[in-house]
Design a binder for this molecule. Structure first.
Ligand SMILES: [Zn+2]
Length: 242
């Protein structure tokens, strides 16, 4: 049986001889391993189709031992991302988030795919503050999974936020001074404002912000991801050591 999958390359492993195994994130089937046979197809095109971040329509033949790629139409290779080390690490971190997600519904799979694709387009072709796309994508994932972090009012008592804002790590919500428990950690006004902006602005209108504020928000989100999904994210090349 053969089928076409619209997919983004998450990563690849070299298999025996000239074969290569690639993990795809497909719109139709979620994450799926496929094999490129060394000698098939237009060589140059097939080479780009195996690279990380490549977005294309992959023709897959279901084989006895593996899913074999028999052809590819590259829609966008996102080569601009791979050429810039900062963009590369940011996109790589987004793929690490995808790798650590289980898709329980078509809705989740579709929404995560579109958020990833939109994020890659901004990274590749538009100016954005460092970490902005990754943070926006990360916040979108919580929202898609029904555990949205940002709320304009206290998630506990629905009162307006005043001076002190906390994140409740047990439930992943923002709460006020009166509603905080011992699992809560205070977050700064700068971090709150950045979470608000990134949660409410589309990808093409992402704000500028100081990188240290972005790093603090990133650490909050990594901790929240661990608490929600029980998965540790490494984010190689992204996290500073402060
Ligand atoms: Zn409250």
């Amino acid at each position: 049986m053969s089928e076409n999958l619209k997919a983004i390359v998450i990563k690849g492993n070299n298999a025996k001889e000239k074969d290569k195994n690639i993990l795809l994130f497909s719109l139709e089937k979620g994450k799926i391993w496929v094999t490129f046979k060394g000698v098939r197809g237009d060589k140059a095109k097939m080479k780009y189709a195996k690279e990380q971040f490549c977005f294309g329509e992959y023709m897959i033949e279901e084989g006895k031992f593996s899913n074999v790629v028999t052809g590819v139409d590259i829609i966008e290779d996102f080569n601009e991302i791979a050429k810039d080390i900062d963009k590369y690490f940011e996109a790589n971190a987004m793929l690490e988030v995808v790798q650590n997600l289980d898709f329980e519904s078509v809705y989740q799979r579709y929404e995560v795919f579109m958020a990833l694709l939109n994020g890659f387009k901004i990274l590749a072709f538009h100016k954005s503050a460092r970490l902005a796309v990754l943070l926006k994508f990360f916040l979108s994932v919580f929202e898609i999974y029904g555990v949205k972090l940002y709320s304009p009012k206290c998630a506990g008592c629905r009162a307006e936020f005043h001076d002190n804002i906390y994140i409740n790590h047990q439930v992943g919500e923002l709460v006020c001074e009166a509603c905080k428990t011992y699992q809560c950690e205070q977050i700064g006004k700068g971090e709150f404002n950045l979470i608000k902006l990134l949660s409410t602005m589309p990808y093409d209108k992402l704000p500028n912000f100081p990188e240290e504020v972005g790093q603090k928000v990133l650490k909050i989100l990594i901790k929240n991801f661990y608490n929600r999904f029980d998965k540790n994210l490494k984010f190689v090349g992204i996290l500073d050591n402060i």
